[in-house]
Ligand binder design. Structure first.
Ligand SMILES: Cc1cc2nc3c(=O)[nH]c(=O)nc-3n(C[C@H](O)[C@H](O)[C@H](O)COP(=O)(O)OP(=O)(O)OC[C@H]3O[C@@H](n4cnc5c(N)ncnc54)[C@H](O)[C@@H]3O)c2cc1C
Length: 383
């Protein structure tokens, strides 16, 4: 009979979330195996995270490609506003290098890292792979937006999936410390397009609800924004939004994109996935994984719900309304306030700050006027 490897924990997926869970659990003494089917996959991420996330996730300095101090927002009809903080708020990382680095850290902690091995299925007891079968006490699905583990365990998927395409553009980005955001149906229906300086290249991409038109939209964006720059590579991916009602069942746990632990307003998943992964790994090490579902929702649930509500309001805005709101961001007091106090990871924290800051109240009234009055504001807030 075929030998079955007994392990305390099997992690499917060696992206950031999987590598962090595996490392934390092994550091606490668990016997852990981690499977990553495509360790040399090309970049499918802009790699933009907050300085807080870089510190908490332990990104080494040599994997930081650029520091980000602000953003220029382009409205659909040509409006434009720039928010600049006095100090860097974010960094752009070498994402492919970071994944490899995290798997290396997991290996150092004692994880058996099986690269190039695709998990084929789980029958409720045994995990099947081309490298043999494994019987894990606990199974973690860190296998991305379309999670096989979720399917095998009968767990639901995310509420929404966006398609995303990105190109590495050989354009001069050295010294640039602002990202560009492009709003509007013409650029990226249902989300936005971006251009992010990443050292020697610019990462230009978009996410959209237009699943079929995504690649065409990217080509048009590239032709407009970088008409002469060479394109080094185009990749596509999915962004899950809205975590399902359950992310665990028996001894099976989902984490990262597999659990849609993603910021609904920006599509960023590295920080939330990392926070949840660290929690799950530590709970497994402590013999208490049953606390995970409640624990991660306590840390991130309110913020994700805020983001989902704000996203629903964003989807209702017409291109004209978006332009009028972008124009308002040119207000000096407001832009300085947002640049200084805005938090990439916890945008809801800005609301009480805004309420306490009389210098920006006047802009609130202008925003209401720009949206056509109180009833429209009410409509958006109750979306
Ligand atoms: C175009 C784009 C740009 C983005 N930009 C940003 C950004 O700037 N900042 C940010 O924070 N987030 C960004 N994101 C989101 C971010 O990339 C994800 O949130 C993050 O990668 C999630 O990490 P993860 O470990 O959960 O999953 P993943 O990184 O998707 O890793 C899952 C891994 O599981 C492996 N796998 C799957 N099935 C199996 C199997 N059966 N057997 C073995 N291995 C398997 C896959 O090969 C993969 O490596 C972006 C996403 C896209 C698509």
């Amino acid at each position: 009979m075929e030998a079955v490897g007994q392990v305390d924990l099997a992690v499917v997926g060696g992206g950031p979330a999987g590598a962090i869970v595996a490392r934390e659990a092994a550091a606490g003494g668990a016997r852990v195996v981690l499977f990553e089917r495509a360790p040399n996959a090309p970049l499918r991420c802009a790699g933009l995270i907050s300085t807080r996330a870089a510190e908490e996730l332990g990104v080494p300095r040599d994997l930081i490609l650029s520091e980000i101090r602000g953003v220029t927002i382009h409205g659909p009809g040509g409006s434009e506003a720039t928010l600049s903080a006095p100090v860097p708020k974010g960094v752009v990382i070498d994402r492919v290098g970071f994944d490899a680095y995290l798997r290396g850290r997991a290996r150092e902690a004692g994880v058996r890292v099986m690269e190039g091995v695709s998990v084929l299925g789980w029958d409720g007891d045994v995990l099947h792979t081309p490298a043999g079968t494994f019987r894990p006490g606990i199974l973690v699905g860190a296998d991305g937006a379309i999670s096989g583990v979720a399917r095998w365990a009968g767990l639901p998927g995310p509420r929404e999936l966006l398609v995303a395409y990105q190109a590495e553009v050989a354009a001069r980005a050295e010294g640039s410390d602002h990202v560009e955001i492009y709003l509007g149906r013409d650029h990226a229906p249902g989300f936005f397009a971006w251009a992010i300086p990443a050292g020697e290249t610019v990462r230009a991409g978009l996410a959209t609800t237009d699943a079929k038109g995504g690649l065409k939209l990217l080509r048009r964006f590239l032709a407009r924004r970088f008409p002469h720059a060479p394109i080094r590579g185009v990749s596509g991916g999915l962004i899950p939004l809205g975590p399902p009602g359950r992310t665990s069942k028996g001894g099976v746990f989902l984490v990262g994109d597999a659990a849609a632990q993603v910021k609904p307003l920006t599509g960023g998943g590295l920080y939330y996935g990392g926070v949840a992964a660290r929690l799950l790994g530590r709970l497994i090490a402590a013999g208490n994984p049953g606390e995970y579902e409640r624990g991660w929702r306590e840390e991130l649930g309110k913020e994700i719900e805020f983001g989902l509500r704000a996203r629903r309001a964003f989807l209702l805005l017409s291109d004209g309304e978006l332009d009028r709101l972008v124009e308002l961001l040119r207000d000096r007091a407001l832009s300085a306030f947002l640049a200084e106090r805005g938090d990439m990871d916890y945008p809801s924290r800005l609301i009480p700050e805004l309420k306490r800051s009389p210098q920006v109240w006047a802009v609130g009234l202008k925003a209401m006027a720009a949206l056509g009055g109180l009833s429209r504001l009410h409509e958006l807030l109750s979306a």
